[in-house]
Design a protein around this ligand. Structure first.
Ligand code: AVJ
Length: 326
């Protein structure tokens, strides 16, 4: 969208990267050929998966979203003071836009909003909503996979600095090495600005277990959506009733691991190829790392950020960090 286009113009993305379905096909075939079998978690988020994730965020067991939203609402004025006027906000993993609205509402003259997401359906819809609700804000959605290097459009005229917003503890999906690499790149994307990032904290494994094994079965549906998506998009024939959801805390690696377990010996077709599963075989679908405040600050410092303020709830469930980039 050009800066002079009418405010009601349909939002289109300024940058795209590859063909989403094609990308999924390649990743799925590679992951099913790997030992042990695995699928990268970024493929959860097609339109179905994004909608399921939004429902997970409202679950009583899933403390992450409501705790982070409360922190964002409570400390918005402090973020605004640190970020200062005329900033451009780059959001990693745009989602519903609910969190960034709390930030945008507090900022003084935010100039532009650049949500980056791998799921174009969801990204363009939520970007259009923000565009409609914030008449003075330039909205430029970017369809990209931010787990890889990517380009951003030039800084908007009038913007004084660019800052990153990375809520949700999505950074926990990265291994510590990949998180370091991501932070290293981010520190160079926001010179004179910084990154506001949400990080889920290490806690009682029973609380974590409940959050990823909800009674309503939404996390199971979200996990199985990877196979449903393959059936929809790639003419695969996974029988969803013969896989079950498994999520457990790995105390050595401080992370929740999610798997789809084959309930029987079976075969499935994907894009003209056949894959066999033995009974009980695990397909690894996600890691969700939990950190300590000090551990995360040390990681950010190694990446070249200066960790400044940190906020967390009284139960110490979740943390928000302001990392300054020089
Ligand atoms: C969006 C990556 C933060 O790890 O908690 C929710 C995704 N997986 N339930 C998380 C997820 C299972 C979520 N993140």
């Amino acid at each position: 969208m050009s800066d002079s286009s009418p405010r009601h113009a349909a939002i289109s993305s300024s940058l795209t990267q590859g063909d989403e379905a094609d990308d999924f096909a390649h990743a799925l075939l590679a992951g099913l050929n790997a030992v042990p079998k695995q699928i990268p978690c970024k493929y959860f988020y097609d339109a179905e998966g994004s909608a399921l994730f939004e429902q997970i965020c409202a679950l009583p067991e899933y403390y992450l979203t409501r705790t982070e939203l409360a922190l964002l609402a409570r400390h918005a004025g402090e973020f605004a003071a640190l970020i200062r006027a005329d900033a451009e906000v780059v959001e990693f993993g745009a989602g519903s836009g609910r969190k960034v609205r709390l930030l945008l509402d507090a900022l003084v003259r935010p100039r532009a909003y650049l949500p980056i997401d791998i799921s174009s359906d969801y990204l363009l819809a939520s970007a259009a909503q923000i565009d409609a609700d914030y008449p003075n804000l330039i909205v430029k959605p970017v369809i990209a996979d931010f787990s890889r290097p990517f380009a951003l459009p030039a800084v908007t005229p009038g913007a004084r600095r660019r800052i990153g917003f990375f809520p949700g503890s999505t950074i926990g999906n990265f291994t510590p090495e990949a998180a370091l690499q991501f932070l290293y790149n981010a520190a160079r994307l926001f010179p004179g600005g910084g990154l506001l990032v949400g990080v889920d904290l290490v806690k009682d494994p029973a609380v974590l277990h409940a959050a990823y094994n909800d009674a309503a079965g939404l996390t199971a549906a979200f996990n199985k959506n990877l196979l449903a998506r393959a059936d929809r998009e790639l003419a695969a024939d996974f029988d969803l009733s013969r896989f079950y959801h498994h999520a457990c805390f790995n105390p050595q690696l401080q992370r929740i691991e999610m798997y789809l377990i084959s309930a029987a010996r079976q075969r499935a077709w994907v894009a003209g190829r056949t894959f066999s599963f033995v009974e009980g075989e695990a397909l690894h679908t996600e890691n969700s790392h939990k950190m300590t405040i000090e551990g995360f600050r040390a990681l950010a410092a190694r990446a070249g950020f200066t960790p400044r303020a940190v906020w967390c709830d009284v139960e110490r469930l979740f943390s928000l960090h302001w990392l300054e980039a020089s």
